[in-house]
Design a protein around this ligand. Sequence first.
Ligand code: NAD
Ligand code: DAU
Length: 341
Amino acid sequence: MSAILVTGGCGFIGSNFVRRQLADYPDQRVVNLDKLTYAGNPENLADLDDDPRYVFRRGDICNREFVDAALAEHAPDALINFAAESHVDRSILDSTPFVQTNVVGTQTLLDACRAAGIERYVQVSTDEVYGSLGRDGRFTEDTPLAPNSPYSASKAAGDLLVRAYCHTFGFPGIVTRCSNNYGPYQFPEKLLPLFIANALVDRELPVYGTGENVRDWIHVDDHCRGIDAALRNGRAGEVYNFGGDAELTNLELTRALLAVLGKPESLIRFVADRPGHDLRYAIDFSKAERELNWRPQVDFREGLRQTVEWYRAHADWVEKVRSGEYRQYYERQYGSRLATA
Ligand code: NAD
Ligand code: DAU
C-alpha cells in the first residue's frame, strides 16, 4: 500500500499503530485524522513531526466535508477507524458523545469511503459487543452481540453498520474485536494506567465491587500486529477476534501490579461497583490464528513490567494529560465513591 488513512491516531492504540506502520513499511505514507478530544494527544506522536511520510489533520469523523477532503487529498488505499469514545464509565455518565462518534462517525466514514471507492476499511472494535460471560466459555466471532453498556452498544451499532454496508453494497469492510489492551500512551482513566499512576504517588487504587471481574489482557503491540494482519490479509466482510490469552481477575491484576511496583496491598480500596459491570471477557482467537497466522506474542508478566517502567519514565506525560478536564472527571467518577466506600 502506498498510503493509509488512520482515524483517532492520537489516542492510545492509534498512536502505537501509526508508529509501528511507519517503522514496518518504509515506503508507506500515514495520514492521521483526529479531533483531539480529551483522550487525543498529538504529543503521543511528537517523534514523527519531521517525518515526511506522516501527515496529521485535526477534525471530526462526523464531518463529511472534512473526511471527503482528506480522502481526495491523499487517496489512501485503506482506512483504519480507531476514532471513538472508548471509556465505559464515561458512557454511563453521558452516552451522547458515544452515539455521535461511534455510530454517526462510523456511518459518515462508511459513506465517504464508499464514495471514494476505497479498497479496504478496517473497523477497530471490541470484545465488549458480545456482552458478558459466566465462569466458562470464550467469545467467538459467531457469539451473538449482547452489549451491556452505552459504550459497547454504540460500538456494536458501528459494527453492524459495517456489516450492513458489506452485505448491501459489497463494501470492502472488516471488523476486528479485541480484548483489554495495555501498554504505553494509554490515558490514565483506564484500570492499568490509572492504578500505575496512583500507586506511583501512593494514592488509593479504587477496585470496583469485589474485584472478581475477569478481563483478558493483551499488549497493544500484539493488537496492532493483528489489525495489520487483518488489513493486509483479512477477507472483506469478515470479523476477526484478538485476545491475549491472559485472563485475570481485577484483584489478581492489581496485586501483580503492586508486586511489580514494590508497593503495599494496603493501597487497594474497594469502592462501589460499576453499574451493569460485565463479569468476564475471554476470547477465542483461533480464526485469526488460522486465517491471519496471528497469535499474541508478548508474555503478560514481561509486558506488565515494561509498561510500569514506561509510566515511571514518563511521569511528565501523565502529569500533562491529567489536565483540568480529567481532574473534573476524576472528581465526578470517584469523589463520592472514595468518600463513602
Ligand atoms: P482512546 O480513547 O485512547 O483514543 C481515541 C482517539 O479518537 C483519540 O485520539 C480521540 O481524540 C479520537 N477521537 C474521538 N472522537 C473523535 C471524532 N469524533 N473524530 C476524530 N477523532 C476522534 O481509545 P483507544 O483505547 O486507543 O481505542 C481505540 C479504538 O480501539 C476504539 O475504537 C476502541 O473502541 C477500540 N478498542 C479499544 C480497546 C482498549 O482496550 N483500549 C480494546 C478493543 C478495542
Ligand atoms: O475489552 C475491551 C475494552 O476494554 C475496550 O473496548 C474499552 O475501550 C476499554 O476501555 C476496556 O474496557 P473495560 O471496561 O474492560 O476497561 P477499564 O480499564 O475501564 O476496566 C477494566 C476492569 O477494571 C473492569 O472490570 C472495571 C475495573 N475497574 C476500572 C476502573 C477504571 C476498576 O475496578 N476500577 C477502576 O477505577
